[in-house]
Design a protein around this ligand. Sequence first.
Ligand SMILES: Nc1ncnc2c1ncn2[C@@H]1O[C@H](COP(=O)(O)OP(=O)(O)O)[C@@H](O)[C@H]1O
Ligand SMILES: [Mg+2]
Length: 354
Amino acid sequence: MTDPGERLRSSLAADQSPTASSASSGGLADFDSPIAMEALRATRVLHASDQEPFPAPGRIRVITIANQKGGVGKTTSTVNLGVALALYGLRTLVIDLDPQGNASTALGVDHTVGTPSIYDALVGDSTLSEVVHPTTASPNLLCVPATIDLAGAEIELVSVVAREHRLRRSIESYVAALPQERRPHYVLIDCPPSLGLLTLNALVAGDEVLIPIQCEYYALEGLGQLLNNIDLVRQHLNPGIAVRTILLTMYDGRTKLADQVADEVRNHFGELVLGAVIPRNVRVSEAPGYGQSVLTYDPGSRGSTSYVEAARELAHRGSALQPLDGAAGSNGATPVGALSFGETAVPFRTQDSQ
Ligand SMILES: Nc1ncnc2c1ncn2[C@@H]1O[C@H](COP(=O)(O)OP(=O)(O)O)[C@@H](O)[C@H]1O
Ligand SMILES: [Mg+2]
């Protein structure tokens, strides 16, 4: 009989396929008891740095996580995808753009009033580097928290010059001021559940939109409005923006409804939908209460491994991106526009858009 450590290592090595779903791969064959399987999954997430890192994207990806419905998994997905990308070697910046500050909480970052936050960069004169905080999840993961002050920003921004471009400019100057080896590979922006000026700033700042869709009744309700807004932003403010990723969340395999919703979303959005689906899992909802992502709170849980698989897919898709020629501006800055997908974009259009 081979020693257990050896078996574990060979199982880990055998389970590196980019599309392998978390529990069904052959590498787990030797671990047939549920506890052993969970231990193996936990080991894999906890020792992410010993495993093959995720591929870096061809250029910085600024991903706006949006859906004006509340409670669909925007924040949960931002946090857990961010932690997964960081644990697997990619420098990631999470920007919390929701005044409730749930992403900040889940990353264990202070967001009491007075904490330097995204508000100071949007409404005040702070640079992002002045409001970026480290996280305990990974040295690769930084977070710009949101304090409740941000609730007033929707109104305060109205009178600000170039108010829709504030976040984009902040990210551009932050990236430009960093040496290449410290620039983030991923910037994830967690939007509030509305289509106001904050979400608009996020759509102008991003290269791409990731929409989490909850596998529940009414999942697609209101989505047309979001897609129309994205179309409008593309026409008038940010030609590079497009929906690139749909993530199915809170999937409950015991219900027929979840399958119906998942099928409908896949029929509608085709290959934009990630193969990995996030199950409804109590560990996912418990983790923020401990200021943690589910990956650090319960690495072997299905919630954790499914977010790792979703992040892996996201990263593999991003690795196909080509850097744009002349991406650095004349002043050495890297304009966020030049970081977008440019003409390789396959913009998603709604049937009712022009
Ligand atoms: N996969 C999941 N399983 C169980 N609970 C989840 C899952 N994803 C999110 N939740 C819970 O659902 C609620 C809403 O999620 P959240 O990410 O805050 O949504 P949003 O940011 O879109 O408003 C939170 O309480 C969260 O903990
Ligand atoms: Mg949220």
